[in-house]
Design a binder for this molecule. Structure first.
Ligand code: F6P
Length: 489
């Protein structure tokens, strides 16, 4: 069956029925900011919001999230709600406010200095701090109180997202046993040996195991989770049924590979506006007609393998100098979590590295890497995909990665090659890519050359296959399959 908005809409009626639908995530789908005294809105980057916004447009529920934009408080009603998307209102966004200490302790601290590195195993040490953990609990409780207030004595399904809200399911069920809750993890679950170092591991597992359904991107993460439970708790782990029973409550554990709105991206990428934006970018970046353009779009995060990518590009030009002047790498890097030392350091290292590589290989007319730091609109991002001959997505570890799926969806003319890290969840589905190991500089450089030199027919055949996979396994299927599983609860 091919999943569409309409199909998802029917599934929602069948599975959730007359329950309220509430999504809870740290990051909000739309941020209001002040720019030159005027209120504007932005769509944050990040897999969770990219995937869930199209679903909420269909479901029409309430999305509860932290309001972090400079103008966020000024556009909400007295219940802290605002209808979004701001230019075409379709569902409710209810904002939660955090003070500086809460933001530091819960977001920058426990979520991103402890859990993020713990789960990604990218050789950045997690830091577990008691005070930050206390703030993590305070903020989870804030989310719980807000949601319980919205629900009142109605029936509801709460769909919790990601690693910022591990305790939310438990806090909700303690007050309202009738709630149906599910939690989806957008990042990897580490192997049990990695997870066991976490001082708060038991509370985290107990928090997650009060949900009725627990979703991960791939089966490997499900089994890692179940192995962690076996090691840490007195629970019944049923590997046949893939469920865990703890304290008399059963949680189903399932894999749901997340995706993008293929049709929408594909349509938008072909619009006149995006074509115009692509021409504008070509002019802005002085791209030569014959230049082979390779793009990358990542948050500046140590899991994204950015240093490894730049080093592989350096090696590529060392090994194959005949490509100097003929290939241009455009890397868009969005600043992220800059109050954390590891991110600040990475940003500086990257700046220096790009500068060195450009100095080493450039000539009067050409330099190899264009590192873009400015904010880009959705149209400009699609335009970047449009003008690219290839895209490199090379994280050292990633739960899924949606940039590669967006690139594929935008490539209507089949003219594009994808180089993809074998350590992304997406690599399990996207067989027709050129695989890279970001840790293997030499072979990474060779893979870049191979990708460039694939024949036009081969490139088109591969892209067609990739498009079929992403089209079939779109975001509506992800949501539909998730909700269908709720019927088994
Ligand atoms: O894949 C989704 C994701 O990686 C989230 O897990 C993460 O929260 C988000 O993208 C981006 O990070 P942030 O919300 O901290 O900007």
């Amino acid at each position: 069956m091919y999943w569409t908005k309409e199909q998802l809409s029917k599934t929602i009626k069948k599975t959730i029925g007359n329950r309220l639908l509430i999504i809870a995530s740290n990051r909000e789908p739309y941020i209001h900011i002040y720019k030159e005294g005027k209120v504007e809105f932005m769509r944050p980057v990040g897999g969770a919001v990219t995937a869930l916004d199209p679903i909420m447009r269909v479901c029409k529920g309430t999305w509860v999230a932290y309001g972090g934009g400079s103008a966020d408080r000024d556009v909400v009603n007295k219940n802290n709600e605002v209808m979004v998307p701001p230019d075409n209102p379709q569902y409710t966004l209810k904002r939660i406010w955090l003070n500086k200490d809460e933001e530091n302790g819960y977001y920058y601290g426990y979520s991103n200095k402890a859990i993020w590195p713990l789960c990604h195993m990218a050789y950045t040490r997690p830091v577990f701090d008691e005070v930050e953990w206390a703030y993590y609990k305070i903020v989870n409780q804030k989310f719980a109180d807000t949601i319980l207030d919205i629900v009142g004595n109605k029936k509801a399904f709460v769909w919790i997202q990601d690693y910022h809200l591990f305790l939310l399911g438990k806090m909700l069920k303690e007050k309202n046993k009738k709630l149906l809750t599910a939690h989806f993890m957008h990042i990897p679950w580490p192997n049990p040996e990695a997870f066991r170092i976490c001082p708060q591991k038991v509370e985290i597992l107990q928090g997650l195991l009060t949900n009725d359904l627990l979703g991960f991107h791939i089966r490997y993460h499900c089994s890692n989770f179940m192995e962690s439970v076996k090691l840490e708790l007195e629970a019944r782990v049923d590997t046949e049924k893939t469920s865990v029973t703890y304290g008399g409550h059963e949680t189903l554990i399932r894999a749901f590979p997340i995706s993008v709105d293929f049709e929408e991206i594909s349509r938008e990428a072909d619009s006149e506006d995006v074509k115009k934006a692509a021409n504008k970018l070509k002019e802005e970046f002085s791209i030569d007609q014959n230049e082979f353009v390779i793009v990358g779009l990542d948050r500046i995060d140590y899991t994204k393998g950015l240093i490894e990518k730049i080093q592989a590009i350096d090696r590529f030009f060392e090994k194959y100098p005949e490509y100097k002047g003929k290939v241009l790498f455009i890397q868009k890097g969005g600043l992220s979590r800059m109050h954390i030392g590891a991110y600040k350091d990475l940003n500086e290292t990257l700046n220096n590295l790009v500068e060195e590589v450009n100095w080493k290989h450039s000539n009067e007319k050409w330099f190899p890497i264009l590192f873009l730091r400015r904010h880009m609109t959705r149209k400009e991002i699609l335009a970047l995909y449009r003008l690219a001959d290839a895209c490199i997505v090379s994280p050292v570890h990633d739960g899924m990665n949606l940039v590669c799926k967006e690139f594929i969806a935008a490539k209507n003319d089949l003219n594009g090659v994808l180089l993809l890290s074998a350590y992304t969840g997406a690599s399990r589905e996207l067989a027709d890519t050129v695989f890279v190991n970001p840790y293997d500089r030499e072979n990474f450089a060779i893979a870049i050359k191979q990708a460039i030199e694939l024949s036009k027919e081969e490139k088109m055949k591969r892209m067609e296959n990739l498009r079929n996979v992403v089209k079939e396994n779109n975001i509506y299927k992800w949501a539909g399959k998730f909700l269908e599983e709720l019927k088994k609860v």
